[in-house]
Design a protein around this ligand. Structure first.
Ligand code: DQA
Length: 144
């Protein structure tokens, strides 16, 4: 199957961005690991990062009919973006919401998500491993 990983704003800075919260792995490390694991399981995986809300909306719209499953870390847009939420609802592609940190242990403004109630599931709090766990869950679902 075809998987798409979407990363929201500031995740391009992973590796140097608040490493105490987000860890030392770079986004390139994470994407390479995911692509390798997906390929080993017989699936295709592409990744896309943007700091721009419209670019993420455009990528989700372009995924319709082309992508079977999405992993998305909307980053700060988690807490603000009706537009990205609506795009995911419009294309009706199943998705898992991913976070490196556990937003519920952090500032109150991070406790709400525009995505969780539409998601198949959510993985948060495990650093870069959150993505790997989400991929394992996606593959399990695609294979059964
Ligand atoms: C994040 C959590 C968000 O609150 C934050 O704005 C991010 C990253 C995470 O992966 O832990 O940029 O989505």
């Amino acid at each position: 199957a075809r998987l798409l990983v979407l990363h929201g704003p500031n995740l391009n800075l992973l590796g140097t961005r608040e490493p105490g919260i987000y860890g030392h792995a770079t986004l390139a490390d994470i994407d390479a690991d995911l692509a390798e694991r997906a390929a080993a399981a017989g699936h295709q995986l592409a990744s896309f990062q943007s700091n721009a809300e419209h670019a993420l909306v455009d990528r989700i719209q372009a995924a319709k009919g082309q992508v079977d499953f999405i992993l998305i870390n909307p980053a700060a847009f988690t807490h603000t973006s009706v537009a990205i939420r609506d795009a995911l609802a419009a294309v009706a592609i199943p998705f898992i919401e991913v976070h490196l940190s556990n937003p519920h242990t952090r500032e109150p403004f991070r406790h709400t998500s525009y995505f969780t109630d539409l998601a198949v599931g959510i993985v948060a709090g495990f650093g870069p491993l959150s993505y790997g766990l989400a991929l394992a869950a996606a593959i399990r679902r695609l294979d059964t």
